[in-house]
Design a protein around this ligand. Structure first.
Ligand code: FES
Length: 273
């Protein structure tokens, strides 16, 4: 309920002058979130606007997938319907994974605490004098999360396809050893993409909206054994949703950085076969 007379300043609460009585290092978690999340936002923004060095055969950066703009040769497996787009191709699709994460229930908790101090931690008074929760614009828009989930599933499928393509045979100019190209490619980039798509799916399928989608609005689980089973799996994954949120955030950045280093010629791909 929206109110301006609430929380620790409410007349119904005990008068305690200290902002918190906690003795532990409660500030460590929001501070870590602030630093890591800020670093990711800066990195992702720079890379998204860069508009180059996002493809190194056969790897495509997840920031640019699917590559629907005027992309470099080999990067567009779904055509280039936005070839007219004058800016970076990443800006065409990044709204979907970005919107999914920004409206995520776990990230909301994390960045409300780290950036808005609302509140900074359990048992620590927030500095704000009023509180309207997510009942008003713009935070009421957080409710679109379930729709971003559908988009995130599509993006996950595309990234899965990219990971399969990371196994494809390399052109002759990339041959290793005696000059022969093997029938299948496996490099460090392939392994990084496998790890990334694994974390992406764990994050997507452990989503609270996914859990509600498969198991919500039912009166009797006994009459819906399949949905009950799916709900059980989603619930089990959901217990570690915060962990998957961070792991997948790191993995997309690591894959992008690896592709960037390859594309700029800074490093060579570690090829296994
Ligand atoms: Fe985190 Fe849906 S709640 S992705």
């Amino acid at each position: 309920m929206a109110t301006t007379d609430h929380g620790v300043t409410s007349p119904t609460r005990a008068r305690i002058d200290a902002r918190t009585l906690r003795q532990d290092r409660w500030w460590l978690s929001p501070l870590t979130t602030f630093v890591v999340f800020s670093a990711f936002v800066v990195y992702a923004t720079v890379r998204a606007f860069m508009g180059r060095d996002y493809y190194a055969t056969p790897y495509l950066s997840p920031f640019y997938s699917p590559c629907l703009g005027d992309c470099v040769e080999g990067a567009s497996d779904f055509g280039q319907p936005f070839a007219w787009w004058p800016l970076s191709a990443a800006l065409i699709i990044l709204i979907f994974p970005l919107g999914f994460r920004m409206t995520c229930y776990y990230y909301r908790k994390a960045y409300y605490r780290a950036f808005w101090l609302s509140p900074p931690a359990c048992g620590v008074a927030e500095p704000h004098g009023s509180y309207s929760g997510e009942t008003r614009f713009p935070l009421i828009l957080q409710n679109v999360h379930r729709w971003f989930w559908y988009a995130a599933v599509l993006v996950g499928l595309v990234l899965t396809f990219d990971t399969v393509l990371a196994f494809r045979p390399m052109p002759a100019e990339y041959a290793v050893g005696d000059g022969e190209t093997s029938g299948i490619h496996m490099g460090l980039g392939t392994l990084l993409m496998i790890a990334n798509i694994t974390f992406i799916w764990l994050y997507t399928l452990s989503c609270h909206s996914c859990r509600h989608l498969v198991g919500g609005r039912l009166r009797h689980f006994s009459k819906h054994p399949v949905r009950y089973r799916l709900w059980t799996w989603a619930s089990r994954l959901n217990e570690s949703h915060g962990k998957w949120a961070w792991y997948s955030l790191f993995s997309v950045a690591i894959v992008d950085l690896y592709v960037f280093l390859l594309a700029t010629g800074t490093i060579q791909d570690v090829r296994f076969f």
